[in-house]
Ligand binder design. Sequence first.
Ligand code: ADP
Ligand code: AMP
Ligand code: ZN
Length: 222
Amino acid sequence: MNRRTFFVLLGVPGAGKGTQAKLLEERLGLPQVSTGDIFRYNLKNETALGILAKSYMDKGELVPDEVTIRMVEDRLTQSDVAKGAILDGFPRNLAQADAFDKIAAPYGGVSLVPLIHISDEEAMTRITGRRVCRSCGAVYHIDFNQPQRAGVCDLDGGELYQRDDDKPETVRNRLYVYYKQTSPLIGYYYAKGLLAELDGTRPIDQVQADLLDLLGAEEAVA
Ligand code: ADP
Ligand code: AMP
Ligand code: ZN
């Protein structure tokens, strides 16, 4: 089977995974696969998957592995991922990481796992100020990444909204879930020699440059 490039972005909620993945899509010619975005798309379209996912997302809990893994498997059968993907928000626990290793194995496995570091305080400031475009999913921040016109997406004029799960009470649980369930992936990928750590507190364009240095080199080798 052809080799594919799979980058797995790790970091607390708010670290900048989605922001960076969207910028990298064009630069690397690889699509972002965000499980959170796929759940929100299903929620918007009121599918059975969306309705199921909502009950977990509202509490900041993880959607069950069986559902999430099957959804990623489906997504990876689409033609735009023929060269690989930038995974954002998946895998999120060891069972998902193990499943993804098996999915990716025929294509040469996971290529690299950039871990974007920010503090919990920074995560809280970023998430509570995050605004998302209702139509295209572009991500803004009320202070750090403002749209040209308040409340309006620069790309398509869509309305910007605050995610229900971006309220402080839910964010606290999402951070807890991250430390309990997702952070073990740091050791898991480190042991495989795939972890690459980055300072996520720098401005968006500088984090992007650091990532491109890292991933561009990796791609050239692949
Ligand atoms: P994640 O996908 O990791 O949850 P996002 O990419 O959605 O994180 O970013 C969270 C919030 O922080 C958004 O409002 C985004 O505009 C903002 N943000 C992202 N990267 C930076 C950065 N380097 N500096 C300041 N704000 C940032
Ligand atoms: P995110 O957009 O990555 O912040 O994810 C938003 C919410 O979607 C999470 O709090 C979970 O409820 C759900 N979710 C996203 N990705 C996953 C995943 N890999 N496994 C389980 N639940 C997920
Ligand atoms: Zn938009």
